[in-house]
Design a protein. Structure first.
Length: 287
């Protein structure tokens, strides 16, 4: 009976995924699992946790390594020094050209840097459903940059065999609620044998607060910011979640790291977390 239930669930997950792929015309994913086209077997992921501040001086000694970077690192001087091979964007703020986008000034700078600074081959990964918006907003015209849309549909509760089959094809990935998940998955399917992580602090609970007005806020500081910020927690429609729903999101993030680890083990990839103070317990730790 359990096998029948598992089979029925897999069929439902599979059909929902097919609907997504048809809607986005993305059956032929360019991020299916394949051997790396790099001369190196290892890649360094630089996320935007506050601990990255301590790593920046070291990066100047690592020129020539393969890097994947995220979000606004393209506005930092280190960007043109390390010349990352890959760049990942996921949050909707990078794709909506609207006057109420509070990051507009930084976005204009970032996309200008993409068009004027990047003189090396670089692949930008974004969710497939944002690709048209991104191309229109960024006005990207740099022939050195390739934009790849990723299928971000998650089938996390499907059987392991179905999940990993779909991951290999690039049809699905673990629930990518943070850009770190999207980046790690991309590098697994790019065929790297070792992925080193910096700046994946994931100390979400440390900064989660409720104000006297019962407003849920995050107190956090990205590496490129001088002072901590108090940011109201709201969704894409400016609706504030409850504490329980926000905690569930955090649970989903850590579960996605577990799924990345399982998939990495299955395809012979090691993920080594070099982030001091990281709350992720899914990967081996390194120094």
């Amino acid at each position: 009976m359990n096998k029948i239930k598992s089979f029925v669930k897999d069929v439902i997950y599979f059909l929902s995924m097919m609907k997504y792929l048809i809607r986005n015309s993305s059956f032929f994913s360019s991020l299916s699992l394949h051997p790396t086209d790099s001369s190196k077997n290892e890649v360094y992921l630089l996320c935007n946790g506050p601990s990255l501040k301590d790593v920046l001086p070291t990066l100047y000694t690592m020129v020539g390594q393969d890097f994947i970077v995220v979000n606004f690192l393209g506005n930092d001087p280190i960007f043109s020094v390390i010349q990352p091979k890959y760049y990942t964007l996921m949050d909707g703020l990078f794709f909506y050209n609207r006057p109420d986008n509070r990051h507009m000034e930084k976005l204009v700078t970032l996309y200008n840097n993409f068009n004027t600074i990047v003189t090396w081959p670089m692949t930008v990964y974004i969710p497939i459903h944002y690709k048209k918006k991104f191309m229109k907003f960024s006005k990207l015209n740099n022939p050195n940059i390739k934009v790849v849309g990723l299928n971000t549909i998650a089938i996390d509760k499907a059987s392991k065999s179905l999940r990993h089959c779909m991951y290999r094809k690039g049809w699905s990935m673990p629930n990518a609620q943070t850009v770190a998940i999207e980046s790690i998955f991309a590098m697994i399917n790019k065929g790297y044998k070792r992925i080193y992580l910096y700046g994946v602090d994931h100390t979400f609970l440390d900064g989660l607060k409720v104000t006297e007005e019962n407003q849920l806020v995050h107190v956090y500081q990205h590496f490129y910011e001088k002072e901590p910020k108090v940011i109201p927690v709201v969704d894409a429609f400016n609706v504030a979640p409850t504490m329980s729903s926000e905690l569930q999101t955090i649970v989903n993030i850590f579960r996605s790291h577990e799924l990345c680890r399982l998939y990495a083990d299955d395809v012979g990839c090691r993920i080594i977390n070099l982030t001091n103070g990281s709350q992720i317990d899914s990967y081996e730790r390194g120094k």
